[in-house]
Design a protein. Structure first.
Length: 269
């Protein structure tokens, strides 16, 4: 089941059929002083998600983590996460699946039609993740870093993509590329596109300047009514921009708020 592949990006690839977590492995490599390594696995037994959640990662997915040591201020680190979301979206689109980004860094399919209020009968009150309102999740990103003063030391961006996964084994509210396509996708090509795109978007400070515009173009969150569960409470309103970089700007009844992290739900307009 190997998905080892050639790559036109400045990373050496460490491929594993099975591993606990590619993020854990990348962090281990960071501790040993390595840089510019992509750890790629067919299956993870201890995949980790955002907010200390478990990430279900059976054989057939694209589970990968990129370790770099970018010479940028810590404040620009969120751009790497946004770049990974852009790269994943583009790779999915190249594979024929019309993906979009939900703030902060989920890659989704579907849900756009729901914005027009076209949610199926009888779905009101049901779990929005499970009914697909706001889209179904194709991929998630988990970034971990260690800084030195106000510079990034090492940065691990972990991307989990439900690539060739049968619908029966997907968590509720999730989608896979193969289920959308009706046939398996070429995972080598997908992973190579994702990594090459990520490398190009993060290649230099000038390249990083292009990340926010690229993210905005692919995001479905902006202009939508949202409900964000942030660390300091729930913020509800209209998402108007991303700034900061990476913070969601929300117009609420009490005025404009910036949300830096949290769970975001798209609401019906
Ligand atoms: C999320 O919660 O949405 C983020 C999920 C990130 C999962 C990926 S799979 C590859 C890498 N290794 C991990 O253990 N997690 C990330």
């Amino acid at each position: 089941p190997g998905i080892a592949f050639g790559l036109d990006a400045p990373y050496s690839v460490e491929y594993r059929d099975r591993i606990a977590s590619t993020n854990e492995r990348a962090r281990e490599l960071a501790g040993a002083g390595a840089a510019d390594v992509a750890v790629v696995a067919d299956e993870q037994t201890g995949g980790r998600g955002r907010l200390d959640r478990e990430w279900v990662a059976p054989s057939g997915g694209v589970w990968l983590s990129v370790l770099t040591r970018p010479d940028v201020p810590t404040a620009r680190a969120p751009l790497f996460t946004l770049a990974a979301a852009v790269a994943t979206t583009d790779a999915a689109r190249e594979a024929g699946v019309d993906a979009h980004i939900k703030w902060p860094n989920d890659v989704l399919v579907g849900g756009e039609e729901d914005a027009e209020g076209d949610v199926g009968e009888g779905h009101d009150g049901a779990d929005p993740e499970a009914t697909g309102r706001g889209g179904r999740k194709l991929a998630g990103i988990l970034t971990e870093m260690e800084g030195e003063a106000d510079r990034v030391g090492w940065l691990v961006v972990g991307v989990g993509v439900n690539a060739n996964i049968v619908p029966e084994t997907l968590p509720a509210g999730a989608a896979s590329l193969s289920a959308e396509r009706g046939e398996p996708i070429d995972r080598r090509r997908f992973a190579a596109t994702l990594l090459e795109r990520y490398a190009a978007l993060t290649a230099s400070p000038a390249a990083l300047d292009g990340v926010l515009p690229a993210w905005r173009e692919r995001a479905s969150t902006l202009g939508r009514r949202v409900r964000v569960e942030a660390a300091d409470g729930v913020v509800e309103g209209t998402a108007v921009d991303v700034a900061g970089p990476g913070a969601l700007v929300v117009d609420t009844d009490e005025g404009r708020r910036r949300v830096h992290a949290g769970d975001c739900e798209h609401l019906r307009d």
